[in-house]
Design a protein around this ligand. Structure first.
Ligand SMILES: Nc1ncnc2c1ncn2[C@@H]1O[C@H](COP(=O)(O)OP(=O)(O)OP(=O)(O)O)[C@@H](O)[C@H]1O
Length: 552
């Protein structure tokens, strides 16, 4: 209680830009500094006061005596590189993880949050980084499952629709989750959270799967919620948006609070330095005028009927990517990018083998393994469940993905056959080292990695094979600035060694940074590619809106 009383009054602005190893006394000093400077002493009421929260996994202290204060009507950023402990901290606030020690005060009262139901009862809502939706159920059915009430499904659907309209988050409650894009699934999570009328909404990397327009809509929603007196705890690796919408930030490094700051008084660079404790390297790229390499992947007149009622058809897509180049595919989510990835990777096979040619071999009728055996690698958008099996160790995930393409290295011959664990473990270790995957055990289960670290592992697993063709969907989703630069550089370096890379990304900055040419998908059609030297945001934006799509 003592802590709460001390923490009750503090200022948002003024004073030094940030406080290394800041504590409440510094916040109090900050307030006094404001008053002395003649400014008004703002006294926002505290909603949440976290004191010394600690979580230990085995030998790793994921959260080390963390302090965090959130006022009513505040958007508070939680920053830190991959594995810094952000998700662990918010899971303790939402009752999905029990702390080893520490105390949580809610509206001034010490509370124990033993389960998500208890968190919701207090007024804490959460939108997770990894969604917890059933694909075979509709949006409304998924929402109904999480509500602790017996409200009829029709009433829930109507309320969800009303909320989706009023907050500008378009959603059809009757749509099947399995048919929805990641961005659309996230909207279900947000609306599900809003339906419970929370006082504090925790958002774990909410914009990483959104288009710029969808992100703008979300910011409007958040600002509106702040205006209604709600508090928001906002986790993001996108520092520009943190500066745009957040009032204060708490920065974690290796599980410890290393700074409190007002992000508006910082630059993206200074925030990144606080997070990593040093400088972030920039991606180095030269764009040759003409790429004369051999065509390594050719997609010819790819058309496909929609595979479900809410999925996009693919309409006459042709694209050739040569050795030495990165081609970026931009587009608003749900315009056929997922279907295109499935068709190119072999998750969806084609009737005509010549529709997809890999290294001049007709591959359209081959499945994913057949295409991998031709030297292609694929990284899907969803990491858990699709890119990796959550309950399996990293080494087993390695074996699962590469047992056919690396049969010689991973499997022993003979009539009975055996698995070469030493080779698999050595490869897993190499990928972990190359990609700087941070983890809490020698060979943890995929689900025990932080989101960004799992992404680094999955991309590293493919890069390690040095594929001739690599197709990646959203390569840096949920990845911190330092790791994103590392992944982007690795993709560029792969083309330098003679491979062809296709990057599907909703992050235009990313595509401008690494692509030699950019094409845009709209309504299941793909535009002509635009050389990066001629590409402008305006041009790409127009194509994203559907102008000129399909011209070749
Ligand atoms: N269930 C678990 N078992 C063991 N270790 C875990 C578990 N969950 C997280 N960790 C470890 O705790 C550390 C912090 O992970 P956490 O997910 O909190 O990081 P984060 O800051 O949210 O990262 P990201 O930005 O990548 O999501 C990581 O080293 C991770 O491997």
């Amino acid at each position: 209680m003592k802590h709460f009383q001390r923490a009750k009054r503090f200022a948002f602005d003024g004073g030094p830009a940030y406080h290394q190893d800041g504590n409440i006394n510094e916040l109090e000093n900050q307030r006094m500094g404001n008053e002395l400077a003649g400014g008004p002493a703002s006294e926002p009421e505290l909603l949440l006061d976290v004191r010394g929260l600690t979580k230990i996994f085995g030998s790793l202290t994921a959260c080390n005596s963390v302090d965090l204060q959130i006022a009513k009507g505040e958007i508070h950023a939680l920053l830190g590189e991959n594995g810094a402990g952000k998700s662990t901290l918010v899971k303790m606030l939402f009752g999905t993880l029990a702390p080893n020690s520490g105390e949580i005060f809610w509206n001034g009262k010490s509370v124990r949050i033993g389960s998500p139901a208890e968190a919701r009862r207090l007024g804490i809502g959460m939108v997770f980084q990894h969604f917890s939706l059933f694909e075979a159920l509709t949006a409304a059915e998924n929402i109904a499952l999480s509500l602790d009430s017996s409200t009829p499904i029709g009433a829930i659907a109507a309320k969800a629709k009303e909320l989706s309209h009023s907050y500008g988050l378009p959603l059809d409650p009757g749509s099947l989750v399995g048919d929805l894009s990641v961005g659309e699934r996230q909207r279900i999570e947000i609306i599900r959270c809003l339906l419970q009328v929370p006082d504090l909404i925790i958002l774990d990397e909410p914009t990483s799967v959104l288009t710029p327009q969808e992100a703008d809509k979300l910011f409007e929603t958040l600002e509106r919620l702040r205006g209604e007196g709600k508090s928001i705890l906002y986790i993001s690796h996108r520092l520009e948006e943190v500066q745009r919408i957040c009032d204060r930030a708490t920065v974690l490094r290796h599980g410890k609070v290393v700074a409190h700051c007002n992000p508006r008084q910082e630059t993206a660079g200074s925030l990144a330095r606080m997070m990593v404790g040093g400088d972030v390297h920039e991606v180095h790229r030269e764009h040759p005028d003409h790429v004369e390499g051999a065509p390594l992947i050719e997609i010819r007149n790819l058309s496909q009927a929609p595979k479900g009622p809410f999925l996009m058809p693919l309409r006459n897509i042709s694209l050739t990517v040569r050795a030495g180049e990165v081609v970026g595919i931009a587009g608003v989510a749900g315009n056929g990018q997922g279907e295109f990835f499935d068709a190119v990777s072999g998750e969806a096979t084609q009737g005509d083998a010549a529709t997809v040619r890999i290294r001049s071999i007709d591959a359209g009728t081959l499945g994913i393994t057949g295409r991998r055996l031709l030297g292609a690698g694929f990284v899907p958008e969803e990491r858990l469940g699709h890119g990796a099996v959550p309950g399996m160790k990293l080494s087993d995930n390695m074996l699962l993905a590469r047992h056919r393409s690396d049969a010689k290295a991973f499997l022993g011959g003979g009539p009975l056959g055996f698995i070469r664990r030493d080779a698999i473990e050595a490869t897993t270790k190499r990928v972990i080292e190359e990609m700087d995957v941070r983890k809490s055990a020698e060979d943890p289960e995929a689900s025990a990695l932080s989101g960004g670290n799992l992404q680094k592992f999955i991309i590293g697993r493919e890069l390690d094979r040095k594929p001739s063709v690599l197709v990646v969907n959203q390569p840096t989703w949920g990845v911190d600035a330092g790791a994103a630069a590392r992944i982007r550089q690795a993709l560029i370096d792969l083309t330098r060694s003679g491979s062809a890379v296709i990057v599907i990304s909703q992050d235009l900055d990313e595509l401008f940074e690494i692509a030699d040419r950019i094409a845009v998908m709209a309504h299941g059609e793909m535009s002509q590619t635009i050389p990066i030297q001629e590409a402008t945001r305006e041009k790409i934006g127009l194509l994203m809106g559907g102008a000129d799509a399909g011209a070749h």
